[in-house]
Ligand binder design. Structure first.
Ligand code: UP5
Ligand code: MG
Length: 190
């Protein structure tokens, strides 16, 4: 219920590492509320919100949307939800994102999942996806990979040092990968 302290999982990994795919399985099995930061930003573009055109330009370049924008969207969804278990997918993407979340939400994640996937595999998956995303082209994918390595890996390392990181080998069949994810949530059964 809304009165409970939130239980927060951050889901990290490069573009196409399978974050969204595994989040759907975690939702089905453990009853989390899935908040994909990328989906929330794409929704702002689709509904022509004030910040929509800036968000679109940023996503096309594979860059990171300002923290205030993203954290505001995540906070709104957390407040509207009557679930208290959250899967925050694709966020934080930088140390600046992380610090802004901790300041504005006033909480740290309980668990951080990291889907570790070789670049060639990520590129292959994203190019095969075919869902019309403006950033699923080879030029933008190269930029997304550079930004991931430069800005997201420091966040991964931060949580590794804090003992919160669960590194998952993201190569193989979706169900096999989920068998590595499942034990991380032992005790979170609905
Ligand atoms: N697939 C999945 N698992 C597979 C497997 N085991 N074997 C073979 N294929 C597999 O998967 C990608 C594709 O691979 C799918 O077709 C799937 O069927 C297949 P998916 O689960 O969608 O991977 P995911 O990691 O979610 O990939 P996504 O492209 O969504 O990751 P990104 O991190 O690049 O995208 P996101 O939507 O999070 O962000 C997009 C952009 O938004 C960012 O580049 C950035 O510009 C902006 N953004 C911000 O600025 N701030 C934020 O906080 C978040 C986003
Ligand atoms: Mg995704």
């Amino acid at each position: 219920s809304k009165d409970s302290t939130p239980f927060i999982t951050f889901v990290l990994g490069g573009p196409g590492s399978g974050k969204g795919t595994q989040c759907a399985k975690i939702v089905d099995t453990f009853g989390f509320k899935h908040l994909s930061a990328g989906d929330l930003l794409r929704r702002e573009i689709a509904c022509n919100s004030e910040s929509g055109s800036t968000i679109l330009d940023t996503i096309k370049e594979g860059q990171i949307v300002p923290s205030e924008v993203t954290v505001r969207l995540i906070r709104r969804e957390m407040e509207l939800s009557n679930n208290h278990k959250f899967l925050i997918d694709g966020f934080p993407r930088s140390e600046e994102n992380r610090i802004a979340f901790e300041r504005i939400i006033g909480a740290e994640p309980n668990i951080v999942l990291f889907f570790d996937c070789p670049e060639e595999e990520m590129v292959k998956r994203v190019l095969n996806r075919n869902q019309g995303r403006v950033d699923d082209n080879i030029d933008t994918i190269k930029k997304r990979l550079k930004v991931f390595e430069a800005l997201n890996l420091p966040v991964v390392n931060h949580y590794a040092k804090k003992g919160k990181l669960h590194k998952i080998c993201a190569v193989g069949a979706e169900d096999e990968i989920f068998e590595q994810v499942r034990p991380v949530f032992a005790g979170c059964e609905q």
